[in-house]
Design a protein around this ligand. Structure first.
Ligand SMILES: NC(=O)c1ccc[n+]([C@@H]2O[C@H](COP(=O)([O-])OP(=O)(O)OC[C@H]3O[C@@H](n4cnc5c(N)ncnc54)[C@H](OP(=O)(O)O)[C@@H]3O)[C@@H](O)[C@H]2O)c1
Length: 293
């Protein structure tokens, strides 16, 4: 099953592969694609307030007919209005989503809460205690920001970050930090090497692995398939998306295929590390300007 669950530090579990309503569906009506994704087999849906389509994510869930208990739904807090609490903000999201709770609630970016990270995280703990969010976590956090919220607090279940082979070197210490504290790494932008930075050193290695796997399985294994496998075998929760229904079965077939060899995994890591670059949040301020807590 592509939706192999990954255990979280709070005892809950998250399906490995998630369908996102940002990027390709950002600020768009997501109802049709969400319903199609669920019908195709996705059970993990990744939304956010800033995508401005929580309403249609909720509508897609209803149209799919899938029982709520069989779905894992995430949303993310963006900014808070002056005087607004995290609880009020989450309740606004739940109303749009037409849900009583989310499975995962994330702080979308620390940059919207500079100087208030601990206070916001304490409020996250409260909405979890109330049952409005089954698990709580963060996104786009560096070690320094995790250090601000960790002492005396519930450990975030997840840190959702941009992750692909070209970020292997840059994120190595962060991933070690996650491991040490039992934080699961979730990724977005995983297909970037192929479609956002084509022609780099990762491409020929991924292409050779796709060819080997195609021969071994007798199926047409694509290069995007190989990159998703690379994340899966690394134990990274993977959020992808598409604006095209035709790609859904391919994404979901990942776990049915034979895996990458240790040599292939290592060669992809090494090629990625030789040419670091990122697509999202390229202009984030230096750490000292991010924390100030
Ligand atoms: N926490 C954050 O700050 C953050 C930031 C970014 C994203 N996210 C989440 O992560 C989700 C996925 O992000 P992502 O878009 O970066 O994921 P991705 O997996 O890197 O890219 C998905 C895109 O790859 C394209 N693609 C797949 N196969 C392809 C092929 N064979 N040829 C050409 N294009 C192909 C798809 O285009 P088509 O649409 O044409 O199929 C799709 O839009 C978002 O929707 C959002 O939920 C979170």
């Amino acid at each position: 099953m592509a939706n192999t669950p990954i255990k979280l530090n709070d005892g809950n579990a998250i399906p490995w592969l998630g369908f996102g309503t940002g990027t390709a569906l950002y600020k768009k009506d997501a109802e049709r694609m969400v319903a199609a994704a669920i019908k195709a087999g996705f059970t993990h849906l990744d939304g956010a307030q800033v995508y401005q389509n929580e309403d249609s994510l909720g509508a897609g869930i209803i149209v799919s007919g899938k029982p709520r208990s069989e779905l894992f739904v995430t949303t993310k807090l963006y900014s808070l209005q002056p005087g607004q609490t995290v609880r009020e903000s989450l309740q606004g999201s739940l109303k749009k989503l037409k849900l009583d709770y989310v499975d995962l609630f994330l702080i979308h970016t620390p940059l919207e809460h500079v100087g208030k990270l601990r206070e916001v995280w304490k409020q996250f703990e409260e909405v979890k205690t109330e049952g409005l969010a089954k698990s709580i976590g963060v996104s786009n956090f560096h070690e320094e920001e995790l250090d601000v919220i960790l002492p005396g607090s519930e450990i975030p279940a997840i840190n959702q970050i941009e992750y692909h082979p070209y970020l292997v070197a840059e994120t190595a210490t962060l991933l070690d930090f996650h491991k040490k504290h039992g934080i699961v790494t979730a990724s977005f932008g995983g297909l970037s090497p192929l479609f956002r930075f084509p022609g780099g050193p990762v491409d020929p290695i991924v292409a050779a692995a796709a060819e080997r796997l195609s021969k071994a399985s007798g199926k047409n294994i694509s290069t995007s398939h190989v990159l998703l496998l690379w994340q899966k075998q690394r134990g990274i929760v993977t959020i992808t998306t598409t604006s095209k229904e035709s790609r859904l079965p391919e994404y979901l077939s990942i776990a049915d295929e034979p895996g990458l060899t240790l040599e292939e995994l290592k060669a992809i890591d090494e090629a990625g590390a030789s040419s670091p670059h990122r697509h999202f949040m390229r202009s984030v301020p230096a750490t000292e300007k991010r924390v100030r807590d």
